[in-house]
Design a protein around this ligand. Sequence first.
Ligand SMILES: Cc1cc2nc3c(=O)[nH]c(=O)nc-3n(C[C@H](O)[C@H](O)[C@H](O)COP(=O)(O)OP(=O)(O)OC[C@H]3O[C@@H](n4cnc5c(N)ncnc54)[C@H](O)[C@@H]3O)c2cc1C
Length: 391
Amino acid sequence: MSVLYGLSDDDLAIQQRARALVDELIPYEVEVELAGGAMPPGLADKHRRMALDRRLYATNIPRALGGQGATTLQQVLVQEQAGRATNALGWVMHTPPSWLAEVATDEQRDRWLLPTVRGERVECYAITEEHAGSDVADLAATARREGDGYRLDGVKWHVTSYNEASYVFFQARLDGGPHDGEHAMFLVDLPTDGVRVVRTPAYTHSIPHEHPVVAFEGVHVPAGHLVGSEGEGMTFAHAWFRFERLMVAARCLGAAERLVDEASTFATRRQVGGAPLAERQLVQAMLADSLTELFAARSLTYAVARALDAGVDLKVAHAQCSMAKLYASEMAGRVADRAVQVFGGRGYMRENVAERFARELRVERIWEGASELQRVIVARQLAKRGVSALV
Ligand SMILES: Cc1cc2nc3c(=O)[nH]c(=O)nc-3n(C[C@H](O)[C@H](O)[C@H](O)COP(=O)(O)OP(=O)(O)OC[C@H]3O[C@@H](n4cnc5c(N)ncnc54)[C@H](O)[C@@H]3O)c2cc1C
């Protein structure tokens, strides 16, 4: 049992396994960065094998389905370690869509979920559109009953990991039928006729995963590719957002820990004007603020994870996951900015961890719901439930 956060022996064991794996990934960061995000041949597969062999893959999936059946707190501990590596190298500790287990048909379980848990298939998500991002309710993509299945049409943006995936979750508005105008989610194998990449924009970070704009044009899928029921699309997106927001918070903790660690080590060794940088009070302030904010964010995120494990009300959980994501992502952004400052000119070089994190962490305040939207969610729940229900 750890005194600091009350972690059990099992918690500490999985945390240590994840930490050891990430320590082996970190040496590849600069090579991947300078290659624009490309991995040397075979390396991604090797890393996936390592994550599978060390029981760090599918931590969020029940044991009965081949996953690790980890508690939410343990999932946070693993993703926190994943966040210590730049260039998305830590993403190898993949978390398949746990919500799918609850609604999957037998066919869906055998064809998509179980191979994903075994690391044989990789999924991606096509929800966001040019005119529907923060407001996912406003999708223009359509799904229309046709013959034995559905016809899917729409253009999706920022489809992360499309280049690695063998299937995609496609969310659309139903066109006609008893649920006209409501949302539905579909499984679409890749490649499938009618699915094409429109373009692959360059993004701020250098990672192996691309985020292309993908067009779905008259794509036919059998009725068995509908996830859950017609009208349930948004329900799944909400479950996914809750989980992902907490995991974003976790990865931001890991990033901040690495940054504080590296910046304080540098400040101790770097001599300026005859004294170590770490003895300059303005530098001390940057390090002390960063460490204090990391402690606050970590305490908050672990508390939210424990509340989920204890079965907290889902609406309360939704607001608490938003608070964790909001605070941890903004904290990590501040910590990265200060770390660049502590490193000085070195902190502006792409071979420097602070430079890479300063760019990479920016998106944590945008994806899975931008900071503004997290504030809206928290404020709405505060108005409905009051302070004591939420904190
Ligand atoms: C690298 C990357 C990867 C992504 N991966 C995926 C993916 O795999 N699948 C997927 O479906 N999507 C993905 N996304 C999309 C991501 O979830 C959206 O970018 C995000 O939800 C914001 O939507 P938007 O870009 O349309 O911004 P907008 O909704 O246009 O918002 C622009 C700005 O306005 C603010 N704003 C919007 N509404 C309000 C409001 N009501 N009140 C106050 N401020 C508001 C926002 O906070 C933001 O600052 C990804 C995005 C990025 C950048």
